[in-house]
Design a protein around this ligand. Structure first.
Ligand SMILES: C[S@@+](CC[C@H](N)C(=O)[O-])C[C@H]1O[C@@H](n2cnc3c(N)ncnc32)[C@H](O)[C@@H]1O
Ligand SMILES: [Zn+2]
Length: 261
């Protein structure tokens, strides 16, 4: 069983998928990392299109291909169909449709049938649309939610640039495990809590990463990146690339390297 999976989310028409750390990941792991494009208008009667792409290890996460090439019911019937999210509130703009989250979790379950415990880590939890749905529909899944900004759904407020995904796992373990377990894990395993939880407790982890899109979005014009490619020009874009490339490096090591399993 591959006990660590991930789902990274960003706008389909944005530039994250062209960033060198993502293209290299897809090139190096053609059979275990996939690009899955969709648009939200196929789900839950969303009346906005929001074309989105997921970079994921879940092979059976196959959301509806994006509108308009694969037109949604609303588009076919000629009803109004917002193609921009700019008119929406911040929470609605960040909201992922329930049906899509269910497809993600179902794909994770089918990829990890032997898991004894499932830990869902919402790394950039935002307004909590993903965490709330997982808690509502899959009460057996242990969720742990982070955002640098204070939000109701948060378990913790970490700057992921400082703590990294290992830091978030450490915090999640403190909520999930007893003091005795923590003590045993620390005494027995040089491989760290993550490895201990996988091997001793049969934990499967899913990292959901709705990484900030503002410097990748094409709505920003040429402010953050060179027109035509993903080369960062603003300090913020460089900062986002650095944060995401560190995350990808961690995922390569822990989710994709067979030696680390
Ligand atoms: C695209 S939004 C997440 C949307 C979320 N899926 C939802 O349902 O609302 C990205 C989030 O990342 C958070 N964020 C940005 N930089 C961060 C950092 N360095 N560490 C942790 N969170 C960060 C932002 O505060 C923001 O809420
Ligand atoms: Zn549509």
């Amino acid at each position: 069983m591959n006990s660590i999976d991930f789902v990274i989310e960003n706008p389909l028409d944005g530039k994250l998928k062209e960033a060198n750390f993502i293209t290299a990941l897809l090139r190096d792991f053609p059979h275990s990392v996939f690009l899955k494009p969709t648009s939200y208008c196929h789900y839950n009667n969303c009346n906005y299109r929001k074309r989105t792409v997921f970079v994921t290890t879940l092979p059976s996460f196959n959301p509806h291909p994006p509108c308009p090439h694969n037109p949604c019911k609303r588009w076919v019937s000629g009803r109004p169909h917002k193609t921009s999210v700019l008119s929406l509130s911040k929470a609605d703009r960040n909201c992922i449709p329930n049906g899509l989250i269910d497809e993600e979790i179902d794909a994770w379950m089918s990829a990890t049938p032997e898991a004894k415990v499932r830990v869902f880590l919402d790394v950039f939890g935002g307004y909590g649309s993903v965490t709330k749905r997982v808690q509502q529909m899959y009460p057996e899944i242990f969720t742990y939610t982070n955002d640098i900004a204070r939000r109701d759904t948060n378990d913790v407020e970490l700057d992921i640039r400082t703590f990294g995904l290992s830091g978030m796992v450490e915090f999640a373990a403190q909520k999930l495990l007893t003091q005795d377990d923590l003590q045993e894990a620390r005494n027995d395993y040089k491989g760290g809590l993550l490895r201990w939880m996988k091997l001793e407790r049969g934990v499967a982890f899913l990292f959901h990463l709705s990484t900030p899109c503002e410097t990748y979005s094409t709505a920003a014009g040429g402010t953050h990146r060179k027109s035509g490619d993903a080369t960062p020009v603003s300090a913020k874009a460089k900062n986002h690339d650095h944060m995401n490339s560190v995350i990808i490096k961690w995922l390569r090591r822990h989710a994709l390297s067979s030696g680390a399993q």
